[in-house]
Design a protein around this ligand. Structure first.
Ligand code: LLP
Length: 415
């Protein structure tokens, strides 16, 4: 469920017409609903009740500090993958005790920052990383809380490029290596192994691979405990899919939670999750204006949004529903929808059925709140896209559009 609906023939975000935002802020712009963000957090969290689980929002899905702060106020933690994301989480009010740091390429500087901040958990993904972290913590005279990221050799996800759990993927270590690293960390005075972590992919629409991966995790916890290692936490990652329209609905958070409860029945352990898309996906849209229509047997709508603003269709062939901001009952026709960028990859969709649109009309790309703005760029020297947060009948620009002068101000002419 989300808070984007037609009212009086105009698509609104909560109580604000998207046309009002377009007029005030310009296009393209991402628009997020506070109510939807909050609702998705609550639905996920409550699916596990009465069990209290940690929900660490995957910041990569939507890194705007206003979005992180909205979730942090509800009690969410943050799953981060760079020093920058940790800094954003802290700035947005997430306490270090609710920050998780994942990723295969954490640098010395990033690990040192995480250790200094005393974050909840660093998910270690290799032997070399464990050694580097132990050395850094020792030099600082600190103890780092860690989990070992396990590669369960189970892949899943909406596209090959976002599947992370097979043994040939770069992520995590095998269960046997995880066991060895756990033992090694337990003997290190500067490391506290708290548990194990897993994440097998994104936009997962089937519970079976998740369940298979979670069974691998359960047996590893049991194996570790049999050797008298303390295992307090299980981090089960993110990955739950969202409906992108015209495809079967993914499992609900309730179905997901009952599978998790079944797999880990009787195991006394604290659970953490790292959902990104499930929280933010349907909480955001990208609004754009039709610049002109290229006359072809099948008309081509050229928008003022492009692949630099929303890259998912170009790199994952992702489907985003496109809705006209002004509702229309005119019979729909087949059109292609593109951006102005200098390559054919800058195509949002082909042969889409839409009511006829003309230059100046507004459209909204639905389900764009996750991996939309975070993957945007300034390709073709286009201004970095603006972001707006709506709450009730109010809206606020939470990232203003960069000017070209601001982009160039980071550059210099050769001496
Ligand atoms: N935890 C870890 C360790 C991850 O790598 C990811 C996503 C998540 C959590 C959050 O997964 P989610 O709940 O959002 O599925 N750019 C792609 C998605 C990449 C996902 C990368 N990792 C897209 O636009 O579809």
């Amino acid at each position: 469920m989300n808070h984007f609906d037609y009212r009086g023939g105009v698509l609104c975000c909560e109580d604000v017409p998207l046309s009002a935002i377009a007029d005030a802020v310009g296009t393209p712009a991402y628009v997020y609903s506070t109510a939807t963000l909050e609702r998705h957090y609550d639905v996920f969290k409550q699916a596990f009740a009465p069990r209290d689980v940690m929900v660490a929002f995957a910041v990569k899905a939507n890194a705007n500090i206003a979005v992180i702060a909205t979730l942090a106020r509800k009690g969410a933690g943050a799953d981060t993958v760079s020093r920058g994301e940790i800094e954003r989480a802290l700035k947005a009010g997430v306490p270090p005790s609710r920050i998780i740091f994942s990723g295969v390429g954490k640098t010395e500087d990033e690990l040192a920052f995480a250790v200094e901040q005393g974050i909840h958990q660093i998910n270690v993904e290799s032997t070399a990383e464990l050694d580097m972290l132990a050395r850094i913590a020792a030099a600082k005279g600190k103890r780092a809380s860690i989990a070992i990221r396990v590669n369960p050799d189970v892949g899943a996800g909406g596209h090959d490029k976002i599947s992370t759990g097979k043994s040939d993927a770069k992520f995590g270590v095998s269960p046997d290596t995880a066991f060895a690293l756990y033992a090694r960390a337990s003997a290190d005075p500067h490391l506290t192994p708290r548990g194990i972590a897993v994440h097998i992919g994104s936009q997962i629409r089937d519970l079976a691979p998740l369940e298979a991966a979670f069974r691998v995790m359960r047996s590893l916890v049991e194996r570790l405990r049999a050797e008298r290692f303390s295992v307090e936490r299980l981090d089960l990652g993110g990955g739950l899919g969202v409906p992108y329209f015209n495809e079967p609905d993914p499992p609900s958070p309730q179905e997901y939670a009952s599978m998790v409860t079944r797999v880990f029945a009787g195991l006394d352990i604290a659970l953490a999750f790292e959902p990104g898309r499930m929280i933010a996906g349907n909480a955001g849209v990208l609004i754009a204006r039709v610049v002109r229509v290229q006359e072809r047997p099948r008309p081509i709508l050229v928008l003022d949004a492009a692949m630099n603003d929303l890259i998912r269709p170009a790199i994952y062939d992702a489907f985003h529903e496109i809705r006209p901001v002004r509702e229309s009952s005119a019979p729909r026709i087949e059109v292609d929808v593109v951006g102005p960028i200098c390559e054919s990859g800058d195509t949002f969709t082909k042969k889409r059925l839409l009511s006829p649109l003309a230059a100046g009309d507004l459209v909204a790309f639905m389900t764009a709140g996750a991996y939309g703005a975070t993957m945007s760029s300034t390709y073709n020297t286009r201004p970095l896209v603006a972001e707006v947060l709506v709450r009730g009948d109010k809206f606020q620009v939470v990232r203003r559009r960069w000017t070209v002068a601001e982009q160039m101000s980071l550059e210099s002419l050769p001496e």
